[in-house]
Design a protein around this ligand. Structure first.
Ligand code: SF4
Length: 187
């Protein structure tokens, strides 16, 4: 729903020509009502999930995202699939409040981009606007989210990672109480 983001990941395609991004690049952000109407117009039974994801950080529009989850559930559709949020884990930092309690009952799953097993590696790859605060904000978000969402994953894009770093990420995921997921680099 947005191309805005507080990070500037080295592998992000947002810096590419708009024409290379196809439908991922928005001329303008759609109104939440338009997004709702478009989703409800679908035969939802053909989808395994509804996923709020990038490129762009969905929690830049957290209030609209939560409104959409509420409306989708209130619509009472028997074919509504599980709803997932893919995020960089900065939603609380971006919105200046802890948004994790607001995930409860709205999201079935949350996938947080981990990107690195330590602060230096994380900052090297994601380059958050808030600098070092971004690392801690992401960790706090995961620790909090596992209390409110049935399924919380931390994901690594298989980009520039040694087996040792992968293993360190897996261990960190475990410490955070989340499931570890490796995603193939698509760039
Ligand atoms: S968090 Fe996602 S949208 Fe934001 S810069 Fe990184 S890859 Fe791009």
């Amino acid at each position: 729903m947005t191309n805005r983001c507080d990070c500037h990941c080295v592998f992000c395609i947002r810096d590419q020509e708009a024409s290379a991004l196809g439908g991922l690049w928005l001329q303008e952000e759609p109104a939440k009502e338009a997004v709702l109407a478009e989703i409800l117009a679908q035969d939802l039974g053909q989808y395994t999930e509804i996923v709020f994801c990038g490129y762009g950080e969905p929690t830049c529009r957290a209030d609209d995202l939560f409104w959409l989850c509420d409306q989708l559930r209130a619509a009472g559709r028997a074919d509504l699939p599980p709803i997932r949020l893919n995020t960089n884990g900065h939603g609380s930092l971006i919105n200046h409040r802890d948004i994790t309690p607001e995930l409860k009952g709205r999201l079935d799953a949350v996938s947080v981009s981990l990107n690195g097993s330590n602060r230096e590696e994380y900052l090297r790859l994601t380059r958050p606007g808030a600098g070092e605060k971004g690392w801690q904000a992401m960790l706090d978000f995961v620790r909090q989210a596992v209390q409110y969402v049935p399924k919380v994953m931390v994901s690594i894009v298989d980009y520039d990672k040694s087996p040792q770093e992968m293993e360190a990420c897996r261990r960190l995921a475990e410490e955070l109480g989340a499931t570890f997921r490796v995603r193939p680099f698509a760039g």
